[in-house]
Design a binder for this molecule. Structure first.
Ligand SMILES: [Ca+2]
Ligand SMILES: [Ca+2]
Ligand SMILES: [Ca+2]
Length: 182
């Protein structure tokens, strides 16, 4: 009986450790409110757009490549982007989805929202990453901090902070494709 109990414990621990593996891909930065004028040209295409220069940045925080085929990114209203089959994110690699435009010189994987816009409300919204089975892999909600003319960054355990509050940002307003954590 004792041995059976230990066996069950092993089974439960294995499940518990294995389950979060798919959540190694995290939303690490989002820009709902591109700054005014050319300072807000986050996708570097020479044109500041309140719609096109919005972005969401993902990072594979794990040690294994992640297959993002048919994963989706949604705001509170609906799906705004679906990742094409064959999208794979290596460990520590980034992926950025812009609202639109012609992104130039951004590191890592770069996409523009297939819906034509990310529609991140400046005064609060929810951004959710789901896998191909529609399971929630990560979700971030923000409030009116979204309208501060700079991006919001996930700091460590999940708290959102302003991009310029990070020393490593060196006063930059956002950093698509580059991970700055402190
Ligand atoms: Ca917006
Ligand atoms: Ca732009
Ligand atoms: Ca970044």
């Amino acid at each position: 009986m004792h041995q059976l109990g230990r066996m069950w414990l092993a089974v439960i621990l294995t499940w518990w450790i294995a389950a979060p593996a798919s959540a190694d891909v995290r939303i690490v930065e989002l820009l709902p409110d591109p700054p005014n004028d050319i300072a807000g040209d986050a996708n570097h295409d020479g044109n500041r757009s309140a719609i096109e220069d919005e972005f969401v940045e993902l990072l594979n925080t794990g040690n294994a490549p992640m297959d993002l085929s048919n994963w989706t990114l949604s705001d509170a209203a609906k799906v705004r982007h679906t990742f094409p089959a064959g999208t794979t994110l290596a460990p520590r690699e980034t992926l950025v989805v812009f609202g639109g435009g012609q992104p130039q010189g951004i590191k890592g994987h770069v996409f523009t929202a297939v819906a034509g816009t990310l529609s991140l409300n400046n005064n609060g919204d929810v951004v959710t990453l789901r896998d191909s089975a529609m399971e929630i892999m990560d979700s971030i909600s923000y409030d009116s901090a979204g309208q501060r003319d700079q991006s919001l960054v996930r700091n460590g355990d999940g708290e959102l902070v302003l991009h310029t509050s990070l020393e490593g940002a060196q006063d930059a307003l956002y950093s698509p494709g580059v991970v700055i954590t402190q």
